[in-house]
Design a binder for this molecule. Structure first.
Ligand code: GRF
Length: 209
């Protein structure tokens, strides 16, 4: 049988991991809501009990699960809980949107090729452990580079070293501060991650089980 939408796989189910302010999450949510991205945020999660991103997700009626990591938690349990939550919500692609915890290698192997991260520089420049958020913009400005950009890459056990999916570049303005650069480039970062998610959504994939 043929016909419009007959074999359409439906919106790509996203699991978005957050730790911070949530501007990336909100950009993805808006793109989904406006029909610019054939995807749906199936779950927002964090190892934090509270952060602005979680509150913003709840205000928009998104499914939120908090996965705290008390010191008493036996090794391996946290990633098991994360995996279970993602499966429960039928997540197909995991998006790290300002998520600060380094994910365990066992989780990344199980989800290989299905976890992406947005990094606010032209990796491998200004990447690696400890390089996130404001630190990256500060390092770019301190370097004197005239050009910077953002990267979306697959997440592997080596921090910020997974295969690059897409990079976009733009100039650093003369005399610009790290805060000014961050503010100016955020919308461009958001457009980049939305585009990359769109390319995942366009790929053929197995029907939901
Ligand atoms: C941004 O700098 C982004 O490039 C990086 O983490 C930050 C996320 O900010 N991945 P927000 O929480 O989405 O506002």
């Amino acid at each position: 049988m043929t016909g419009p939408g007959r074999d359409a796989p439906g919106p790509l189910h996203l699991g978005v991991l957050v730790s911070g302010t949530g501007t990336t999450l909100l950009a993805i949510e808006e793109a989904c809501r406006q029909g610019r991205l054939p995807a749906r945020i199936a779950l927002v999660t964090s190892d934090r009990e509270e952060c602005p991103a979680l509150r913003a997700a709840e205000e928009r009626g998104l499914a939120v699960e908090r996965l705290p990591r008390p010191k008493s938690l036996p090794p391996g349990r946290w990633e098991e809980a994360l995996d279970a939550a993602l499966q429960r919500h039928r997540v197909e692609l995991v998006v790290l949107a300002g998520f600060l915890r380094i994910l365990p290698a066992s989780f990344l192997v199980a989800w290989s090729g299905r976890v992406i991260n947005l990094h606010p520089s032209l990796l491998p420049k200004f990447g690696g452990p400890g390089m996130y958020g404001p630190r990256v913009y500060e390092a770019v400005i301190a370097s004197g580079d005239r050009e910077t950009g953002a990267t979306v890459h697959l997440v592997t056990a080596e921090v910020d070293r997974g295969p690059v999916l897409q990079q976009r570049r733009w100039p650093v303005q003369p005399g610009e501060s790290a805060e000014e650069l961050a503010k100016r480039q955020k919308p461009m970062e958001h457009a980049l991650i939305v585009d990359v998610i769109g390319s995942f959504a366009a790929r053929p994939r197995p029907p939901p089980s």
